[in-house]
Design a binder for this molecule. Structure first.
Ligand code: ADP
Ligand code: MG
Length: 719
């Protein structure tokens, strides 16, 4: 239950004055409904006053000083008090856009000026500016033909209302249907609902940092009396960021406690299945693989539940690690589940695991949502009877009717595709199996703490020894013909190549891209490459039926195709060790992490691989910088760090699907040390008051609720 103190902040914005259905719709968009709180909020379906107040201004207009006409600055906004002299409507009757403007002459004791209006409605202006009366106006002044003029004043009111004008006016990011004026009015109503809340920060910390109280912090941004709050990394902004990160770290700590409350199944060492599998491998385990496996073994033997995140760069061999971990569980007579984000990956895992288990006394099976019902039912029956040791599938694995006889380990591959909530849902499954999450998306350490702070982590940084570094080059797209010729030569020597196009058809263009309007269409590219390179060019894209896509992929893995034209459907996990060339078109449109993922499709065998990044010379500086980073390093963790610095955390993994929490106030490039500070703060707090019953504990519960971590609060009440 939400604390009563917060009710006013959780009222629907529709209850504010001036919010009809149309404005409400725009607010939905403006306040990003879907992100960021949806991830955490059990209740959040529509924006509430909190969301409005958390929409921070990005700038401020200073209208405080009242100037005379003679002194008015010509390069900024000024507030003036003028007397209205004479209206000069433009000559009537001509086409609107071309008509000379409507002018109003005004003066003060220092001189004359004109107000200028285009496409004006005369009757409205006569009411607004009655001749002979004084008006307080504010807007941008300029000098034109030797006289001062102001085009479309931002504000014009009777002088008695001067104080409504002569102030600091925050400016907000806007969207269609919402003007800054409207937002200011809404913010004022929102602020009226903000009561001082019990302080959830330590007094000492607040004093030392010079941070204001929470309600003061909001006020100094939405109704500022000075410019202080707007300074970069100001105490106000720090305070808000700290609140956000503190709530995040606390929620994770509580989840961690909850997840570990009950003991896990103890898995004893029994390695006959594992050893038999290793004996059949054509290679030996890397040191990294051995180390991670040892960590996993120790977790599962500890009597506690394992909650481990395995971060391993693309191609570092995570699949094998998890298979070997599972085999110990199977040897103990229990079952495992391996979940992959896509049908394609699930099938691929099923195939490679079945291959590795040939002649080993352990069974595996595939279960996906798209399988024919009969087949599906049969697999489910076998899983329930305990006849399948390792069940591999998509998220269909965890739906309704799927039951296991004795599930003791869940492995989730490419975990970042699943999001925090799905993990929590899993964690609340009855049988409390061990949990191993794997991700090929290296995440900077500070970010890991905010997303996986409740978990133990392992890193697989070492690649198998036989790998050569991928030769990465950037090539201007004007030279695409040379690239194709080069490809032709390589193919004639037996190479295999991916050719990546960003989107499939023009119609899939998103708003952001339409401005440039020259997306490579995969189908078109496929046709062209087929014409030049012959029939052995395959095409896969997201709109194909999984079975079709699978067939083409198999054809590429096998001997049917030499070139695979693909959209980003192949981004994650796909493993064709023979492929040694990847061409990425419009590379500037991809995020760093995504480029790194794509590049990781090659360099998976012992042959020299190369990656060609085609870019347009029109691409932005940031994009060029990104391409430079990807060219210079193959180290996924370094790439992740650079990405963080280049773009800020909001966008680190390119998409919102990253599964990382989306922060409003925290800027990872600036607030690193706040994260560490919050983590220590939480440790100490929970050490002193694990159930959050003390004064600060109670205040901190408000903070959790404020940021939508309702589930974490529930754990407390239950515990
Ligand atoms: P990822 O970590 O990206 O999921 P995979 O598990 O798909 O990587 O492994 C990539 C490739 O490396 C596979 O073809 C796999 O068989 C191979 N591989 C795994 N471990 C080793 C090793 N120790 N030595 C050589 N090759 C390995
Ligand atoms: Mg993988």
């Amino acid at each position: 239950m939400r604390p009563a103190e917060l009710f006013p902040l959780f009222t629907d914005v529709a209850n504010l004055k001036g919010v009809g259905p149309a404005v409400r719709k725009s607010l939905n968009r403006l306040l990003g409904y879907a992100s960021p709180f949806m991830e955490q909020d059990a209740t959040g379906k529509a924006p509430v006053v909190r969301d409005l107040l958390f929409h921070l201004p990005t700038g401020v207009v200073d209208r405080r000083k009242v100037f005379t006409i003679a002194e008015a600055p010509l390069d900024g906004v000024a507030t003036l008090i003028v007397t209205v002299d004479k209206h000069m409507p433009g000559p009537p009757g001509r086409r609107a856009g071309r008509r000379p403007p409507y002018r109003i002459h005004c003066h003060d004791e220092s001189g004359d000026m004109q107000l200028v209006f285009f496409n004006a409605r005369g009757d409205y202006l006569t009411k607004q500016f009655p001749e002979g009366q004084k008006r307080a106006i504010s807007g941008r002044c300029e000098r034109f033909d030797g006289s001062v003029q102001m085009t479309h004043p931002d504000i014009a009111v009777p002088v008695e209302q001067l104080e409504q004008v002569a102030r600091l006016e925050p400016t907000y990011p806007l969207t269609y249907g919402i003007s800054n004026k409207m937002l200011l009015k809404l913010m004022a109503q929102g602020l009226a609902k903000v009561q001082p809340l019990p302080e959830w920060l330590e007094d000492g910390v607040r004093q030392q940092k010079g941070w204001p109280a929470w309600h003061e912090a909001l006020r100094s941004l939405h109704a500022p009396e000075s410019l202080d709050a707007f300074a970069e990394n100001s105490p106000v902004l720090q305070r808000l960021a700290y609140d956000e990160i503190l709530s995040n770290q606390l929620a994770l700590a509580l989840i961690r406690t909850e997840e570990r409350k009950e003991a896990g199944v103890t898995i004893e060492a029994n390695d006959h299945l594992r050893d038999a599998t290793i004996a059949q491998l054509p290679f030996t385990l890397t040191k990294g693989q051995q180390d991670v496996l040892a960590e996993v073994d120790a977790d599962m033997a500890s009597g506690n539940r394992m909650l481990r995140l395995l971060q391993g760069d693309v191609g570092s061999g995570k699949t094998l690690v998890c298979l070997l971990a599972m085999l110990r569980v199977v040897a103990a007579g229990k079952q495992c589940a391996l979940m992959a984000p896509t049908e394609l990956l699930a099938r691929q895992h099923a195939a490679s695991i079945a291959r590795m288990l040939e002649g080993v006394n352990a069974s595996s099976a595939l279960l996906t949502g798209k399988m024919p019902k009969k087949e599906r039912d049969a697999v489910m029956a076998r899983a329930q009877a305990g006849e399948v040791d390792i069940l591999i599938g998509t998220h269909a694995l965890f739906q309704q009717d799927v039951a296991f006889k004795d599930l003791a380990l869940i492995v989730i591959d490419e975990q970042h595709r699943f999001g925090v909530n799905q993990r929590l849902a899993l964690a609340s499954k009855g049988d409390r199996p061990h949990l191993l999450l794997m991700t090929a998306t290296p995440i900077p350490r500070t970010l890991t703490m905010t997303a996986y702070g409740d978990m133990d982590t392992s890193q697989l940084t070492e690649k198998p020894a036989n790998r050569l570094p991928i030769d990465t080059r950037t090539v201007n797209r004007d030279r695409i013909d040379e690239v194709v010729q080069g490809l032709q030569r390589a193919l004639s020597q037996g190479a295999k190549a991916y050719w990546i196009c960003p989107l499939i058809e023009e119609s899939e263009e998103t708003d952001t891209f339409s401005a440039t309007g020259d997306l490579a269409a995969a189908e078109e590219r496929h046709r062209v490459l087929q014409r030049i390179l012959g029939e052995r060019v395959g095409l896969v894209h997201g709109r194909m039926k999984p079975a079709e896509r699978e067939e083409v992929m198999q054809g590429f893995a096998g001997d049917h195709y030499d070139v695979l034209v693909a959209t980003t459907v192949i981004e994650v996990g796909v493993d064709v060790p023979d492929a040694t060339i990847i061409v990425i078109e419009q590379a500037e449109r991809f995020g760093l992490a995504q480029l790194h993922q794509l590049r990781g499709r090659v360099g998976r065998g012992d042959k020299q691989s190369s990656c060609l990044l085609l870019y347009s010379s029109k691409c932005s500086d940031i994009a060029k910088e990104r391409l430079r980073v990807i060219r210079e390093t193959n180290d996924g963790f370094r790439i992740a760090e650079e990405d963080l610095l280049l773009r800020g955390a909001g966008d680190v993994l390119g998409t919102r699907q990253s599964g990382l929490p989306q922060f409003r106030f925290v800027d990872f490039a600036v607030h690193r040390e706040l994260i560490l500070m919050a983590r220590d703060d939480v440790k100490l707090l929970l050490h002193r008051d694990a159930q959050l019953q003390g004064a600060r504990g109670k205040a901190v519960r408000l903070l959790l609720a404020l940021f939508g971590y309702d589930r974490a609060v529930d754990y407390l009440q239950a515990g």
